[in-house]
Design a protein around this ligand. Structure first.
Ligand SMILES: N[C@@H](CCC(=O)N[C@@H](CS)C(=O)NCC(=O)O)C(=O)O
Length: 200
């Protein structure tokens, strides 16, 4: 059994769980909760960065981060399933995954700014810097919404939008109607998207 170190609200964990479901590998993965803020959690010996997701293989080797894990799962499923084999499509898809991951990274940093810092120590400049990354990336996706519904880029994008819904009250929706429509299509075609939604 593969073991996925995880926490339910993490958009990166959600990306891996949806990828596993799309690849029909989810019954080979045990999802085991990790507490990233607990120094005693074995996560830190599995991933020195102390970050989730981390995937513990049957031989004890550990894979991270989410992009590496989804590449491994794609390979395990036979290859070229959610990461295209054709080089032009492959690198486009991986780059769009990086763009969607960047939205999640910025949104997670915004979350940590309010979670870890006292209100008087929060930096408006830092918040604006991260928020601008999200705005620019959303604008890029809105200009050319994905045609695909289940490659790594679209799975990552859906998780990014889902995380913005969760933590930033879906404020992105008003200015991105094409992405709203796309997410509805993705959600209808991908039952694991709803199944992995964090309800708080
Ligand atoms: N680039 C990483 C990002 C993972 C990440 O930031 N995970 C967060 C949870 S959403 C985490 O583990 N945070 C704990 C920490 O930074 O100490 C990936 O794609 O897996």
């Amino acid at each position: 059994m593969l073991v996925l170190r995880a926490a339910a609200p993490s958009p990166f964990v959600r990306k891996v769980r949806i990828a596993a479901a799309v690849l029909e590998l989810d019954d080979r993965i045990e999802v085991r909760a990790a507490d990233t803020s607990d120094p005693g959690d074995s996560l830190r010996s599995q991933n020195p960065l102390g970050k989730i997701p981390a995937l513990v293989l049957e031989n004890g080797e550990v894979l991270y981060d989410s992009a590496v894990i989804v590449e491994y799962l794609d390979w395990l499923a036979g290859g070229a399933k959610i990461i295209p084999g054709d080089p032009a499509l492959r690198f486009r898809s991986l780059t769009r995954q990086a763009l969607a991951d960047g939205i999640m990274e910025a949104a997670v940093l915004l979350r940590y700014e309010s979670l870890w810092r006292e209100p008087e120590k929060r930096s408006e400049r830092w918040v604006a810097h991260q928020s601008d990354k999200i705005s620019r990336a959303l604008a890029a996706f809105e200009t050319s919404p994905p045609e695909e519904l289940s490659d790594v880029a679209t799975i990552a994008l859906a998780c990014a939008l889902g995380y913005l819904d969760l933590r930033l009250e879906g404020a992105w929706r008003a200015a991105h109607p094409r992405l709203v429509a796309w997410l509805d299509l993705f959600s209808a075609a991908t039952p694991s998207f709803e199944a992995t939604r964090f309800l708080g």
